[in-house]
Design a protein around this ligand. Structure first.
Ligand code: PLP
Length: 404
């Protein structure tokens, strides 16, 4: 008789976005005449930029010709893409990352969920609270998080670093020393981030304590302030303590195309063992490479035309962010984020819980957002709206909210 991985049984409830979908479906069925505006899930709405579509078409045509057909891609990624990534995302910023330290993948969700396979069963992770739920859940599945307390919504073996308006959403060094620290900056869901000087403190802390930082930079393209680092490798010493995960989903609209990469520096060692070699081994065994046509599309992200078109796309979403943020402030809400990230984080009014505010907004303004408590216990009493909708919908949603 086989046995299941009992750790899966420990995962509480259903995934945040499926709960939202159920509630929205029930509301739509009961109110078929209502026009719902969705500013909940962090999916993009703008089409893929023309320079990228052109590269995709060309690559598809190559697949039709025996002379240019491509089969299995190299496990770790094609050189043309790894070189473009290194040149634009690292060397242009003065970071000494090399092409063979880039591992191309099918997206940041897989990498941020899979990376924990490299760690021992007893390590202690620390996470910002609230944060993208994948870091904790993937460690739950691996049996590292202890027991779950439904009252506090906390795992006994996870170190939570609350990020709230009280500390300006800047994670503080925890009292207990973690082994692995997940930093998602700019942060999903709060839309806030920290300065390069503050990030340097985390790098120094990790090097001193022998901890590893998993740095998720999925929203890097939205950074607008000069004192914010675009990669953790801008900080001195990061190559001996940090892995960086990046996505093409939010900067280039690849949520349905699927492409990402992870940087594992060769200098990163745990008791003399190279994490770079371990991740290469893992990739070689469990991943058969991102598709050729998608990697060609990724290369076009770094072309001159691609960069110009994507700059406009990011500006489009950030204009939405500004509309949402300004409108919420005018309506009397306390609002955060939306400057270096496409997320606006608001304090729920009159001490409403996050889910109560979700229902209130759905029923009275027919606007869907995301309850902050879905991202961790310190998200309770907050709510996330995304700037990834259309401009027209962002304006209309705010008109409805202001009219409440
Ligand atoms: N990391 C963070 C912080 C995210 O918010 C998301 C998606 O919302 C992802 C990773 C997933 O990215 P990808 O589409 O590349 O899997």
């Amino acid at each position: 008789m086989y046995q299941i991985n009992e750790n899966y049984q420990k995962l509480p409830g259903s995934y945040l976005f499926s709960t939202i979908a159920k509630k929205v479906n029930a509301f739509t069925q009961a109110n078929p005449d209502k026009n719902i505006i969705r500013l909940g899930i962090g999916d993009v709405t703008q089409p893929i930029a023309p320079a990228i579509i052109e590269a995709l078409h060309k690559a598809v045509d190559e697949m039709a010709d025996p002379a240019t057909f491509h089969g299995y891609a190299p496990d770790l990624g094609y050189d043309f893409l790894r070189n473009a990534i290194v040149k634009n995302d690292y060397q242009a910023r003065g970071c000494a990352i090399e092409a063979d330290e880039i591992f191309v993948s099918d997206g940041a969700k897989s990498d941020s969920g899979n990376i924990q396979e490299l760690f021992g069963p007893d390590i202690r992770i620390a996470v910002c609270d609230p944060v993208y739920p994948v870091y904790v859940d993937s460690n739950v599945m691996a049996g590292r998080t202890g027991t779950y307390n439904p009252d506090t919504q906390m795992w006994s073996n996870v170190i939570y670093m609350p990020c709230t308006r009280e500390n300006n959403f800047v994670p503080e060094f925890p009292k207990e020393t973690p082994d692995v620290i997940y930093l998602c900056l700019p942060n999903n869901p709060t839309g806030t981030t920290i300065t390069k000087a503050q990030l340097q403190e985390w790098v120094d802390y990790a090097n001193k304590e022998g901890a590893l930082i998993i740095y998720d930079g999925a929203y890097e393209a939205y950074i607008s302030e000069a004192d914010v680092a675009h990669t953790i490798y801008e900080c001195e010493g990061a190559q001996t303590c940090a892995i960086e995960i990046k996505s093409f989903s939010k900067n280039a609209g690849f949520t349905g195309v699927r492409l990402g990469y992870t940087v594992v520096p060769k200098d990163l060692k745990c008791n003399g063992v190279s994490l770079h070699d371990m991740w290469a081994r893992r990739h070689g065994t469990k991943f058969n490479g991102a598709p050729y046509i998608v990697q060609r599309a990724g290369e076009a992200v770094y072309s001159e035309a691609g960069k110009a078109q994507l700059k406009e796309q990011v500006a489009y979403y950030m204009k939405n962010a500004s509309v949402i943020k300004t409108g919420l402030k005018e309506a009397g809400f306390e609002v955060f984020g939306g400057v270096n990230a496409p997320y606006i984080w608001l304090k729920t009014p009159e001490q409403m819980t996050s889910w109560d505010f979700f229902d209130y907004l759905l029923e009275n303004a027919n606007v869907v957002g995301t309850p902050g408590s879905g991202f961790g216990p310190s998200g309770e009493g907050y709510f996330r709206l995304t700037a990834f909708g259309t401009y027209e919908n962002s304006v209309a949603a705010l008109e409805r909210i202001k009219a409440l």
